[in-house]
Ligand binder design. Structure first.
Ligand SMILES: [Zn+2]
Length: 347
């Protein structure tokens, strides 16, 4: 499994004991639906990585498998609940897509076979598929069959960032819910309860749709302050412009997580762009507000046209590297950084 996928995995897996208040109303609604006998066999949760899709799926699985369901949750005491807590429940199956790899028909067949077996405990079975947008067409078709002829009380919960890659026939069999991020106040209160007083609103914008990733970021910063990727981006660009010898070091740093770091670089230029259009002013919740003086200097050194060209180049490189994992990352990023450096030189 690749690095950045591990990050997302760990983001959702590590926080078993962290509350997710923005998901509570939805979770309660799901339970009400269950108690009222209006619960579908196939569910799809969409939303950004770090919003808590897996967390709510696992909570729901625990509830569905619990042999002593309460009005508002699982009982957390029965044998089934204990097995879930120990990650050792045979009636709960997880299939997780690997980054840049599709989920093939063999994987799905193995899964549907276990769905056809009798439950080991109780009456229900729950299968969760992470990265359901990576199902191949034949795999999706195999899944469709189980949804059309559900065996007893088996439930299928699919997780994906968006529904766009899912086959319409599969989608039509699923009850889809898009999970939304909490507003700033709820986020700030939630973080405060977890021991973080956030005054830098830019970090909220950066992790806007990924509260658990934000918490992960703050936890990491507490351990090692040098892991502040936004600061690394500002320093990296500064070095590219004034200490060319460090260009490759910055490229290597970006290459560690192309998806995130090139987006951060894009946002850096975007904030410079905003300064240029807005009389050298920036909103306090801009991602790079903390580096305002430096950005104010840079905005005088780049034309609007250069900013547009470079922004497009960054997104192009990011797209290319995300689609083709075999490409020489550092070389492409190096070339991109040289283009940025040259645009600064022009003015
Ligand atoms: Zn229970």
């Amino acid at each position: 499994m690749s690095k950045s996928n591990e990050v997302v995995e760990s983001v959702e897996a590590v926080f078993d004991n962290v509350s997710t208040p923005w998901l509570t109303p939805f979770y309660q609604q799901l339970q009400n639906n269950f108690h009222q006998g209006r619960f579908p066999h196939g569910l799809l949760f969409t939303g950004s990585g770090g919003i808590g899709k897996y967390k709510i799926a696992k909570q729901l699985a625990q509830f569905l498998l619990c042999s002593n369901k309460q009005a508002n949750d699982a009982c957390f005491q029965c044998h089934s609940c204990q097995l879930m807590a120990a990650n050792n429940h045979l009636d709960f199956q997880l299939l997780a897509a690997e980054k840049n790899k599709s989920i093939g028909i063999d994987q799905v067949r193995a899964l549907t076979e276990t769905l056809n077996e009798r439950p080991h405990l109780g009456n229900n079975k729950v299968v969760v598929i992470k990265g359901a947008d990576q199902l191949t067409e034949s795999a999706a078709n195999a899944l469709l069959k189980t949804l059309e002829e559900p065996q007893g009380d088996s439930y299928l919960i699919l997780l994906a960032r968006t529904h766009h890659q899912l086959m319409p026939t599969l989608l039509s069999r699923l009850q889809q819910t898009h999970l939304h991020s909490p507003d700033d106040q709820m986020l700030i209160d939630w973080l405060y309860q977890l021991g973080y007083q956030v005054s830098d609103l830019g970090v909220l914008r950066w992790f806007q749709n990924s509260p658990l990733a934000l918490l992960n970021h703050l936890n990491a910063l507490k351990q090692d302050a040098s892991l502040d990727t936004r600061r690394q981006c500002v320093e990296g660009l500064f070095n590219v412009l004034f200490q060319p010898i460090n260009l490759f070091a910055f490229a290597q740093l970006i290459a560690k997580d192309v998806e995130q770091n090139l987006l951060l670089l894009f946002h850096l230029l975007h904030d410079i762009h905003k300064l240029k259009l807005n009389h050298n002013q920036l909103n306090q919740d801009a991602i790079y507000y903390f580096a305002l003086p430096q950005l104010q200097t840079w905005q005088t050194q780049l034309s609007l046209k250069s900013l547009r060209v470079l922004s497009a180049e960054i997104l192009k490189t990011r797209h290319l590297l995300m689609e083709h994992s075999a490409l020489k990352k550092e070389l492409l990023i190096n070339a991109l950084l040289i283009k940025i450096k040259n645009k600064f030189k022009e003015s």
